[in-house]
Design a protein around this ligand. Structure first.
Ligand code: NOJ
Ligand code: CA
Length: 531
């Protein structure tokens, strides 16, 4: 495990929209460099940056045309290296986004692969051997190439799937994983990783990490074999390089070699229930004041995964990402504060999506940009202040990558810096505590102490820190003697230490009182006690 992951708190940057340093309307590497002190000041010491490679941008850069070249709109490879250096100078780390499963249809490999004449790249992608033969169960495209065949897609039409082979090839055109062409794909992936690690990046967020081997089994045995091999390469040559998977199955991803996996909204939906539970117009997200959910709706699923991997890797909670609707669409500021207090005191490395620290709004009305569709509304320019374009860019408004949010009272960093009650202040406060408390860095010490069906308030413990939350609009009472966890029997946690307790509240939203063995949790409250 890279040592720096022990206390890493990530900030996710969508480079298009973070900071434009040269007035062309789109964010760039220099813009990020200019804002590193801001990110550090939030309490984040690591960055994940979305793809920044040369691309036709039909999927915001997840359609890579050249893995070893920075997209000109963000700067040059040298500028990217300057960004790595500026990050390291501040004792921070940065992950690039690795897209191993597919390229752009404009990638040189794919152009060669599409040729009728066989060549070195013919089997770099997955082709059937006849123009009317569709690959069963796999997304594909026919009728676009001079080559007599149909090719497999990984996501959008612009993203042909790279060929890592089939777990059990059944058709003549399906290669096994050890076919030289599939081995060459895997080696090319390693080359890309080494290329950027040698230039100074600290690891990768891995896009669709489960998507490599086709017709894989339920346990993704084929894909896992590849990641194990890659992890071996890292352990041998880059032991401080980190890998986080977009997978949401930590029980598979961590043993396969990932250091961290994301808790996401697919493959199970417990994460959505916290902040994005909107169905048929009813918002029942757990942190909503009037939600009917219990925290067990989340913990039931989460703990099953967490318990399996807690000694070996991190299961990471996110405020949102470039694919999700912003949490502020579902929760008001008070509710967001409770949600963030929870996320940032949980195990794993938290990920804060740019703009979520001020509660930037989801722009539902926007027309899709670069394959964003409903995701576009979460990708608008960062709102720094009240100057032109909220300080994002000096370009004219119509030149901007996406319009800035100009709705009344839209949040900005500058305004929230002035307001001690702001979401931004709260984020800084809780991340400061996270940075200082060893118990919040220990990945293995989470215990759910109280949570019941039909009840809203809950309590959990991390070593010597006791967290309690009541997201509802009514006061709640928790009996101390009912709090228990795997390592704590139903003995009194605090007995005889009540006076001491008063002095040892580390953090508080709303109000919580303790007297005579009972905690009274005010409406919409969150507290951290040092016990
Ligand atoms: C997941 C990425 O997060 C998303 O933005 C992208 O469109 C797909 N993978 C395809 O690469
Ligand atoms: Ca720019």
């Amino acid at each position: 495990m890279p040592t720096w992951l022990n206390d890493a708190v990530f900030y996710e940057i969508y480079p298009q929209s973070f900071m434009d340093s040269n007035g062309d309307g789109i964010g760039d590497f220099q813009g990020i460099i200019d804002k590193l002190d801001y990110i550090r000041g939030l309490g984040c010491n690591a960055i994940w940056m979305n793809p920044c490679y040369d691309s036709p941008f039909q999927d915001a850069g997840y359609d890579v045309r050249d893995y070893q070249k920075a997209a000109a709109r963000y700067g040059s490879n040298d500028d990217l290296v300057r960004l790595f250096e500026a990050v390291h100078k501040r004792d921070m780390h940065i992950l690039l986004d690795l897209v191993p499963g597919h390229t752009s249809e404009e990638h040189e490999w794919f152009k060669l692969s599409s040729k009728a004449e066989p060549n070195e790249y013919s089997d770099r992608y997955i082709w059937t051997d006849n123009w009317f033969q569709a690959p069963e169960g796999l997304k594909h495209v026919a009728g676009e190439s001079e080559r007599n065949g149909v090719y497999v897609l990984n996501f959008f039409k612009c993203q042909p799937a790279l060929n890592y082979g089939f777990l059990h090839p059944e058709q003549p055109w399906q290669k096994g994983m050890d076919d030289p062409a599939c081995v060459a794909t895997k080696e090319a992936l390693k080359d890309i990783m080494r290329f950027w690690l040698d230039k100074g990046c600290d690891g990768f967020r891995v896009d669709m990490a489960d998507s490599l081997v086709k017709n894989d089994d339920e346990k993704k045995s084929g894909t896992c074999m590849i990641w194990k091999e890659i992890r071996k390469m890292l352990d041998e040559s880059y032991p401080e390089a980190a890998l986080v998977s977009e997978w949401n199955r930590p029980e598979l991803a961590i043993p396969a070699g990932f250091h961290m996996d994301f808790c996401l909204d697919w493959g199970g939906n417990c994460y959505n229930l916290l902040m994005r539970d909107l169905k048929d117009g009813v918002n029942n997200s757990f942190f909503r004041k009037d939600s009917t959910r219990s925290i067990l709706d989340f913990f039931g699923e989460y703990l099953q995964s967490y318990e399996q991997i807690k000694k070996k890797g991190h299961y990471c909670l996110i405020t949102g990402n470039h694919d999700t609707v912003r949490a502020s669409y579902y929760l008001d500021v008070r509710e967001l504060k409770l949600a963030y207090a929870f996320l940032f005191t949980m195990p794993g490395n938290p990920f804060l999506y740019y703009g979520d620290e001020i509660g930037m709004r989801y722009q539902a009305q926007l027309i899709t940009k670069e394959g964003g569709y409903t995701r576009t509304g979460s990708r608008t320019p960062m709102q720094w202040d009240d100057t032109k374009n909220h300080g994002f860019s000096s370009a004219d408004a119509e030149m901007l990558y996406l319009p800035v949010d100009i709705t009344p009272n839209t949040p900005t960093v500058a305004a929230q810096e002035q307001d001690s009650e702001s979401l931004l202040h709260m984020v800084k406060e809780i991340l400061k505590i996270r940075g200082e408390k060893e118990d919040l860095k220990d990945n293995g010490n989470l215990e759910l102490l109280y949570g019941k069906e039909g009840e809203r308030a809950f309590a959990y413990c991390r070593g010597g820190l006791l967290m309690m939350c009541n997201p509802s609009g009514q006061e709640a009472v928790l009996e101390e003697k009912l709090l228990s966890g795997p390592n704590r029997s139903k003995t009194e946690l605090l007995s005889g230490r009540t006076e001491l307790l008063g002095a040892e509240k580390l953090f508080e939203i709303g109000s919580t009182e303790y007297a005579d063995g009972r905690f009274t949790l005010g409406a919409q409250s969150f507290v951290i006690w040092q016990i």
